[in-house]
Structure formats: structure tokens, C-alpha cells
Design a protein around this ligand. Structure first.
Ligand SMILES: [Zn+2]
Length: 208
């Protein structure tokens, strides 16, 4: 239930990304992968993800693009055919626990680029004005994961069910997350999630 609430809010909130510059890895914007170079750039020079409704509000997802991505097996970030055996999901900690999301998978290169550069994921202290400060960390806990798998399915309600991972890579503000940072982020969701499901994620946390 928590995940669904967060997902709905993220699809509906107009987030201005122009207010805070993101902290980039080493201060250098990573090289844009070839498959993302056809995307338009927003006012700050960022490639606008294929799924975004508005170039300056990339947390507002396009429901028509979502339907196309699932039906035509297109990358959620670049919009091009997937074609890979191993696919990637960029998830928040709660999604890594439930493994039920709204967003379809992406190319590995597209997912890694997003995890390292997406302003929403890099600016954990940015809070959209209509979100209560007490709930802010539920929407942006500061940690995200690139979940690489060869298995996913879409259920009758249109939810994407993610299979077990081949690899799991945690990020905190664009760099590798520490175990403590991931545990802190998971703690935010502990009252809302099945503890047994959280325990299943433990082997996939950073070792240090
Ligand atoms: Zn892609």
C-alpha cells in the first residue's frame, strides 16, 4: 500500500528541477550513452527521459508512453527497443523490497546513466512544495538501486512484477551507497513493509 501511495504521488507532482543543481559524480557530467543522444535536452542541458511528460518535470510520467513501453518492449528511459537479455530497473528501497512497480525496465546503460545523473535522485534534500516535510523521505529516501534481472512480468492490473536479480547496485546521490546509508533508507519504510520481505533483500545490500 505504501508503494502504491508513493507511486501515485510521484506520477502527479510537478517537480521543478531548476531550483537546485544536482551533485554530480566527481563534479563531472557522465558521458551520455549513444542510445540517449537522440533525446531532447531540457533548459539545464539534461537529456529528457522518453517517459517524461514535461522536459523540466521528469518525475511526471507519461501514461501513454508506459503502455507503449510494455506493449512494444521499449526502454523506459530512451524509448528504443530493449533487445537485451538482462534488463535494469531503477528502484527506490521500498520498491526493491516489494519488487512491484509501475515503471517498465530499461537498458542497463540507460539505467546506470539515470542513477548517476537524475536530478531527482541526486537532490535528496529537495522537497516538492505539496509534500509534507514529515513524509519527504518516503518520496525520496536518498538511496536508489539499479536492479539487473532477466525476468519481469506485467499482471492484470498493469503492475510490473520484477524477478530475482542478477546484480544489485545501490546508489546514494550518484555514488555507490554504503551499507549504513541503505539500512537508514530502509528503516524509513520498515513500519509499512513486510519484515520478511525486507530480510530477503539483506543479502543484496552493500557489504560495507
Ligand atoms: Zn535505453
Amino acid at each position: 500500500m505504501l508503494f502504491r501511495d508513493v507511486g501515485r504521488r510521484r506520477q502527479g507532482v510537478a517537480v521543478s528541477l531548476a531550483e537546485k543543481p544536482p551533485a554530480l559524480v566527481g563534479g563531472v557530467f557522465p558521458r551520455v550513452p549513444p542510445q540517449l543522444r537522440h533525446l531532447p535536452l531540457n533548459s539545464r542541458g539534461y537529456p529528457v527521459p522518453w517517459f517524461a511528460v514535461h522536459p523540466e518535470r521528469v518525475t511526471v510520467l507519461d501514461p501513454a508512453k508506459r503502455r507503449r513501453a510494455i506493449a512494444e518492449r521499449l526502454c523506459w528511459i530512451c524509448g528504443r527497443p530493449l533487445g537485451h537479455r538482462l534488463l535494469c530497473f531503477v528502484l527506490g528501497p521500498a520498491q526493491a523490497v516489494t519488487r512491484v512497480v509501475q515503471e517498465p525496465p530499461s537498458h542497463p546503460g540507460c539505467a546506470w546513466f539515470a542513477a548517476k545523473t537524475c536530478p531527482f535522485m541526486l537532490t535528496a534534500d529537495y522537497r516538492p512544495s505539496d509534500i509534507d516535510p514529515a513524509e519527504h523521505r518516503l518520496h525520496n529516501p536518498g538511496c536508489f538501486v539499479v536492479w539487473r534481472t532477466d525476468a519481469y512480468a506485467v499482471d492484470g492490473e498493469g503492475r510490473v512484477l520484477i524477478g530475482p536479480p542478477e546484480t544489485v547496485t545501490w546508489f546514494h546521490q550518484g555514488r555507490a551507497a554504503t551499507r549504513t546509508e541503505v539500512l537508514d533508507a530502509l528503516e524509513v519504510y520498515r513500519p509499512h513493509l513486510d519484515v520478511a520481505h525486507i530480510e530477503q533483500l539483506m543479502p543484496w545490500l552493500p557489504r560495507w
